[in-house]
Design a protein around this ligand. Structure first.
Ligand SMILES: C[S@@+](CC[C@H](N)C(=O)[O-])C[C@H]1O[C@@H](n2cnc3c(N)ncnc32)[C@H](O)[C@@H]1O
Length: 207
């Protein structure tokens, strides 16, 4: 079953294997575009789903070199399809970010909207979300809800250029926790940013 969903002014194919793109994520994309005007930046999106983040960046930024990875083959097929339909040059590949390191280096920008909803919040969620969206895209264990942020921040220390930037979308409850784990790893200029609903939604920092 294929549907479509709007994101940053374009229509993206979605499927039961992908998250439906969210408004909050448009704000993350907007922030990255606004803050990074140079030509030819090298960018990786981790947990790419429909590919909405890297495809939008590829089409809106100044001639960047863009990559996207996901653990889900089915999601990557949709991302590829979106890349072709929207004529965006993005290289997609499979990667389990918790056990592997993507094969790209010297990045200017690393971005991720990883799974961030603790299992315990599942019962508070609308049934329509749970019926149509893949659990893999949404949930993390209650014991280690920041697992993706820790791992991706560590990988960022390896894959980002000195002064390269890391951008995360976050669960509104974890802004300070994500910021401090980035600071502990040596990231500088760490900022927690709010979305249009005044919820803490993004964290950014420099390697
Ligand atoms: C919250 S969704 C974000 C999707 C898309 N980037 C967006 O913003 O609409 C998280 C994504 O991470 C992927 N994912 C989950 N576990 C992963 C892992 N271990 N390695 C890589 N990607 C993973 C899921 O398949 C899903 O596409």
């Amino acid at each position: 079953i294929l549907g479509k969903g709007p994101f940053y002014g374009r229509e993206f194919f979605v499927s039961p294997a992908t998250l439906i793109p969210r408004n909050e994520t448009e704000e993350l994309v907007h922030l990255i575009i606004k803050e990074n005007r140079n030509a030819g930046l090298k960018i990786l999106d981790i947990g790419t789903g429909t590919g909405c983040i890297p495809i939008s960046l590829a089409l809106e930024m100044n001639n960047p070199e863009v990559y996207g990875v996901d653990i889900s083959e089915e999601a990557l097929q949709i991302a590829e399809k979106n890349g072709v339909a929207l004529a965006a040059k993005v290289t997609f590949s499979t990667c389990d970010i918790l056990t592997q390191v993507p094969e790209v280096a010297e990045l200017d920008i690393l971005v991720s909207n990883p799974p961030y909803i603790p299992e315990q919040q599942r019962s508070e969620m609308h049934k329509n979300v749970l019926d149509f969206e893949p659990e893999l895209a949404l949930f993390v264990s209650n014991e280690d809800p920041l697992i993706f942020y820790k791992r991706i921040s560590e990988i960022g220390k390896q894959l980002l250029k000195p002064n390269g930037k890391l951008y995360f979308e976050i669960n509104e409850n974890y802004g300070n926790d994500v910021a401090s784990l980035m600071q502990d790893l040596g990231y500088s200029e760490v900022r927690v940013l709010k979305d249009l609903n005044e919820k803490e939604r993004m964290v950014a920092g420099r390697r």
